[in-house]
Design a protein around this ligand. Structure first.
Ligand code: PEP
Length: 231
């Protein structure tokens, strides 16, 4: 089981460090993989015993003239080996195209970085019955056999809305994605302590990516504990 928390643009450097230290101490003896994605300026050294730290975004270069971005050199200095690519907020707000996500994938996969690759359909696509076409297109430029790949299926209409996809919807889409060849597959979209158990019990769900409910340890740790029960 993989339980990942995405802080988005929440938490400062000091509050992230305090959170990560406390969470790491709670993870003693845990078998599940727990990953935290803080904002770039808050990313602590990835030197915890159990907790893994990742970055929410990076540009596919070692370094260079790319103002506002971080590259491989910056993440490796923090001993970070995990990167999120293609979160729907990157795609929608910052205009990242499928091709840009594929290019990032190629560069960071060549550098052996573990990649959490996010995909998901918007409401309009879902209502048009085109979800599978969109998901297939979002994956077509990446190597599904890459050993350090985790795909996160996050329906956009479920992110931050408090309205998760139903168990049936998740099962249906995860079955489709597993049949396409996705090996490790997380669900994300309004996961909370109240609904995580039923989500983790769905066939084809290998863990969850959590936004809002990861911001406080008292909300996130019960989610991690549910994952741990299934390890
Ligand atoms: C996310 O941002 O990846 C996410 C799933 O957010 P939330 O859990 O708040 O819906």
């Amino acid at each position: 089981m993989i339980i990942a928390g995405n802080f988005k643009t929440h938490h400062t450097r000091s509050s992230t460090l305090a959170y990560a230290q406390e969470l790491d101490s709670l993870l003693v003896g845990h078998r599940s993989e727990v990953v935290l994605f803080p904002p770039s300026s808050s990313v602590p050294y990835n030197q915890f015993e159990h907790l893994q730290i990742g970055v929410q975004n990076a540009y596919g270069v070692v370094n260079g003239a790319f103002s506002g971005e971080i590259g491989l050199e910056q993440i490796l200095e923090l001993q970070v080996q995990t990167l999120m690519i293609g979160h729907s907020e990157r795609r929608k707000i910052f205009g990242e195209s499928n091709q840009e996500c594929f290019d990032k994938f190629r560069f960071f996969a060549q550098n052996n970085i573990k990649i959490f690759f996010c995909i998901g359909e918007d409401l309009h696509t879902r209502d048009d019955g085109k979800t599978q076409d969109m998901l297939r297109a979002q994956l077509e430029g990446i190597d599904l056999d890459y050993a350090h790949l985790v795909v996160a299926y996050e329906p956009i209409w479920a992110i931050g809305t408090g309205k998760s996809a139903s168990v049936e919807e998740i099962w249906h889409t995860h079955s489709f994605l597993k049949n396409l060849g996705v090996r490790v597959l997380l669900y994300g979209g309004s996961v909370k302590r109240d609904n995580v158990a039923e989500i983790l019990d769905i066939d084809g769900v290998d863990g969850v990516l959590v936004g809002g409910a990861s911001l406080k340890i008292e909300d996130f740790y019960p989610i991690i504990q549910e994952g741990e029960k299934r390890c």
